[in-house]
Design a protein around this ligand. Structure first.
Ligand code: NAD
Ligand code: MG
Length: 394
């Protein structure tokens, strides 16, 4: 990838990962051309990004936001930027022939169709948006194999694993993958004490600054559960070979253990610009702008095994990974519904686990064999999760 400039679309450019991606790109204007940006409703941030990066096309999912942005762009002399709206426009942009690379950084299942469109079009696809992989698993990876799409993980743990696996990504000699977890803001606190946690408390992560949905997932540890399923899908490895290790400092981003007893780890400051720069440049390396790691100042790295009896969301995710088929998609949909309700202060923090458990209990586990099939399961799980919410409203 050294000589040719990559033409890039960022799905979810106004989010935390989207903004970090633009921060890295800004350091290397000779290597990356931003051709498309997308967001849900954040018109002001999108206007600022248009002024700085001059994309050819912008998609605002909401029609009203697209209309507002068009007006503002005209006022600022940027009418040459095409503004579109709606989910179909997202999917079209992700698959456009002039695009070489797609950063998938929408949050939640909303990113499934555009990400899959980029995969089917054989793009270089940088995956931050983990929910689509959780939902579709093998189906997603089979599509990538068929189209020749290059999948590069952005989630810091998966990016670390990618870096610690052999170049051909083969797992022949891998004994285990050790997925590290900071433990989130409530590490060590009994689950039953977390009833009255507010959304702002849940979103105050000690090491990472992220969007609100993933921040809540980190606080419940569902994020690590989703990552367990994500790792099994991405690296085509049994979820049973993926161990979770609490590592409060978030310096070792994950490890691969080989049959000879060697452990390979990737270390770095907890800054998403590092995995983003890695995936943008792979197989080369570029500057990320992140601070370097001062291990002497950090002095100590701690590790311990998670107490699964106190982490219901992680336990549910492990069970869903073991059940396979539609169980991860059900888990994901119920979790999205529950986290959204918690962020809107409709249910308690601890009820997130209850809504997910109710939904998994109520729905049968069935095979996942097409996109349409996954979307139906996702819809049904959302309906069941909403019914479970009703009995828990505060
Ligand atoms: P965020 O909430 O900060 O940003 C989400 C982006 O998606 C925004 O641009 C928003 O406009 C857009 N969006 C939201 N809903 C949409 C919809 N319905 N349709 C179209 N666009 C929509 O989220 P984030 O923290 O950047 O996370 C993005 C994804 O990356 C998530 O799946 C998350 O799990 C994953 N991830 C994030 C981090 C991190 O450090 N933030 C780390 C690892 C993985
Ligand atoms: Mg992660």
């Amino acid at each position: 990838m050294t000589d040719t400039k990559q033409s890039l679309v960022i799905l979810g450019s106004t989010g935390s990962v989207g903004q970090s991606t633009l921060k890295v790109i800004q350091l290397h204007p000779e290597k990356y051309d931003v051709v498309g940006l997308t967001a849900n409703t954040n018109v002001n941030d999108m206007l600022a990004q248009c002024r700085q990066f001059k994309p050819q096309t912008v998609v605002m999912t909401e029609a009203q936001s697209a209309a507002e942005l068009s007006l503002l762009l005209a006022q600022h002399g940027m009418s040459d930027i095409t503004v579109e709206s709606g989910a179909d426009a997202l999917t079209k942009l992700a698959a456009e022939s002039a695009v070489s690379t797609v950063m998938s950084a929408i949050v939640g299942a909303a990113g499934l169709e555009p990400t899959l469109a980029a995969v089917r079009a054989g793009k270089r696809v940088l995956i931050a948006n983990k929910e689509p992989l959780v939902m579709t698993g093998d189906l997603f990876m089979r599509e990538a194999e068929a189209s020749g799409a290059v999948i590069l993980p952005i989630d810091s743990e998966h990016n670390a694993i990618f870096q610690c696996l052999p170049e051909d990504q083969s797992q022949r000699a891998v004994r285990k993958i050790h997925l590290t977890a900071s433990g989130g803001p409530f590490r060590g606190r009994p689950w039953s004490d977390l009833q009255n946690i507010t959304p702002d408390q849940a979103c105050a992560h000690p090491n990472w600054s992220m969007g609100r949905k993933i921040s809540v997932d980190s606080a419940t540890m569902m994020n690590k559960g989703l990552e367990l399923i994500e790792a099994a899908a991405l690296f085509q490895i049994s979820a049973r070979k993926v161990e979770i290790l609490i590592h409060p400092q978030s310096i070792i981003h994950s490890m691969v253990e080989y049959v000879d007893g060697s452990f390979l780890a990737q270390l770095g400051a907890p800054d998403m610009c590092i995995p983003i720069a890695h995936a943008l440049a792979w197989p080369d390396r570029i500057r990320s702008g992140a601070e370097t790691l001062d291990l002497a100042a950090i002095a100590q790295l701690d590790f311990h095994t998670p107490d699964m009896t106190n982490l219901p969301c992680l336990r549910l995710a492990r069970e869903a990974a073991d059940a396979g088929q539609s169980a991860p998609a059900i888990l994901n949909a119920a979790n999205e519904v529950a986290v959204d309700a918690f962020l809107q202060k409709k249910i308690r923090f601890t009820d997130i686990a209850s809504v997910v458990a109710d939904t998994l209990t109520a729905m049968p586990v069935t095979p996942v064999n097409s996109l349409e099939n996954v979307l139906n399961i996702d819809n049904e799980a959302r309906r069941v999760a909403c019914a479970s919410l009703e009995s828990r409203l505060i």
